[in-house]
Design a protein around this ligand. Structure first.
Ligand SMILES: Nc1ncnc2c1ncn2[C@@H]1O[C@H](COP(=O)(O)OP(=O)(O)O)[C@@H](O)[C@H]1O
Ligand SMILES: [Mg+2]
Length: 467
């Protein structure tokens, strides 16, 4: 159709001319007078010309415009419109073409928005995504995928998956999806920089509307943190079992001996004392474990109230005074002014007891000092000793559960290896911070910084610096 309208006007002129010639030939046999014949032909030529002009203006030219616009739409230019106001049927047609063009441009805009949204979802999801077509060619990888496996997008797109992905487990997943046409889940270990990752691959087949397999989509979830947690939990259970085993074995052994053998009174007393000490140790361990469990709950039971540190310390000081006397240590309490702050008073007491217990246990000679001071925003509690101290490498580890520098020494002093883990948890619940200064044979100073009042937040604590 388009060719017809774009053909030059001379074709129509030739057509008109041919029509006049035919009419002339037919009329020449009926009309003898040449002048009349010419007049008739001239009249016919004028009528035909006027008809042509009318038809050209009303139909040929508008249809040409409509055809051009439809051509533009076909090329994907949805902004093309017919701007001439035509009349009649062609006018109606051009309005419909314009409406169609508007509809198409809206549709393409929506499609663009949707595909942008989809691309953004694909790229911002926290799982790596890989789409392979039914021939095994990679059609899509997202940013997370590139983050996990490295390289650039163009190194994957359009390549066969087994040529560009080195992991056998991924090949296996794709093959299983293609073979069984079912969802597949497999673990994957990714050796990587900066760190190794444990992943889980979930693969699913993709079918078209006629249920024919069109490809496979693979999602890669990072389960490293779950794995670490699982490992920590296993370690913890192993540690607890180990800690429980020693006293239980000892209690069982000595009580069996007492039951089965005739032992003299002195040995009996010694064995009973061991059984008592070991059961005491068990009790301490179980108490510490229960405390830790309570503190590690999603929402630990904390009752914030105004705590007067002087009151807390006077409750526990007599016990430590006695200990200091027994061990020939100097014990000093130095509270500058009235130190009162918002905290859980039982937990604060626990912190001070655990820190002082350590200071006494790891200080063979010299002194233990408890200092406290406060500003409007910060409360500082510090326990310093002149004891055995520790190497700098050990400092970050002493807050781990069951970490001890010297296991035998810790056991001898009745330590459970959980004291500082409990302190760390309590301080974290109060949005506080712990600092440790220590050197071998030079003593240890542990400083606790806590927010003084109101809803404790990290900002109030750090706004004035840490020291
Ligand atoms: N004041 C201190 N001086 C030297 N070492 C300490 C001190 N406080 C803690 N430690 C070290 O940190 C380890 C962990 O402390 P903690 O959690 O209280 O367990 P423990 O029951 O062994 O005391 C101790 O075993 C000890 O090696
Ligand atoms: Mg301790």
């Amino acid at each position: 159709m388009k060719a017809l309208f774009s053909a030059s006007l001379w074709k129509y002129t030739v057509g008109i001319f041919a029509l006049i010639m035919i009419t002339g030939t037919i009329l020449s046999s009926v009309v003898d007078d040449v002048v009349i014949l010419l007049c008739m032909l001239l009249f016919q030529a004028i009528v035909l010309f006027l008809m042509f002009v009318f038809a050209y203006d009303r139909f040929i030219k508008p249809l040409g415009k409509v055809s051009d616009t439809v051509g533009e739409l076909l090329k994907g230019n949805y902004r093309a419109r017919i701007y001439h106001a035509f009349h009649g049927e062609v006018g109606e047609l051009s309005q419909k073409v314009n409406a169609l063009a508007r509809y198409l441009s809206e549709l393409s805009l929506q499609e663009q928005i949707q595909s942008e949204q989809l691309a953004s979802v694909i790229n911002h999801t926290h799982s790596g995504l890989l789409f392979i077509d039914e021939r095994g060619y990679i059609q899509l990888v997202n940013e997370e995928f590139l983050d996990i496996f490295g390289q650039r997008e163009q190194d994957y797109l359009g390549h066969l998956y087994y040529d560009v992905i080195a992991y056998e487990d991924i090949h296996k997943t794709v093959q299983q999806i293609f073979l069984y046409e079912k969802n597949v889940k497999l673990p994957l270990f990714v050796k990587g920089q900066p760190a190794d990752r444990f992943m889980e691959i979930t693969g699913a087949p993709i079918f078209n509307e006629r249920n024919i397999l069109k490809g496979a989509v693979l999602a890669f979830y990072d389960i490293t943190s779950f794995k670490k947690l699982e490992l920590m939990r296993k370690d913890f259970v192993a540690n607890v079992s180990h800690e429980l085993k020693t006293p239980v074995t000892s209690i069982k052994g000595f009580s069996e001996t007492l039951l089965e053998e005739n032992v003299d009174e002195q040995t009996k007393q010694r064995f009973l004392q061991i059984i008592y000490d070991e059961s005491n140790r068990l009790q301490l361990l179980i108490n510490d474990l229960l405390t830790l469990t309570r503190l590690e709950k999603e929402t630990p039971d904390v009752s914030f109230e105004r705590v007067d540190l002087q009151d807390t310390i006077s409750e526990i000081k007599p016990g430590f005074d006695l200990l200091a006397k027994e061990r020939h240590l100097q014990f000093e309490v130095n509270i500058s002014g009235n130190v009162s702050f918002v905290a859980d008073s039982n937990q604060m007491k626990q912190v001070v007891i655990n820190l002082l217990t350590n200071a006494f246990n790891y200080t063979p000679k010299g002194s233990v000092t408890l200092r406290a001071s406060q500003s409007d925003s910060k409360t500082i509690i510090q326990v310093a000793d002149t004891g055995i101290g520790m190497e700098p490498e050990a400092i970050p580890r002493i807050f781990e559960r069951f970490y001890r520098l010297d296991e035998a020494r810790s056991r001898d002093t009745g330590g459970t290896g959980l004291g500082l883990a409990i302190v760390k948890h309590i301080v974290e619940i109060h949005n506080g911070k712990i600092e440790v200064e220590s050197a071998p044979e030079a003593g240890t100073t542990i400083t606790i910084l806590l927010p003084t009042s109101g809803e404790p937040t990290r900002e109030t604590l750090y706004s004035e610096g840490n020291k």
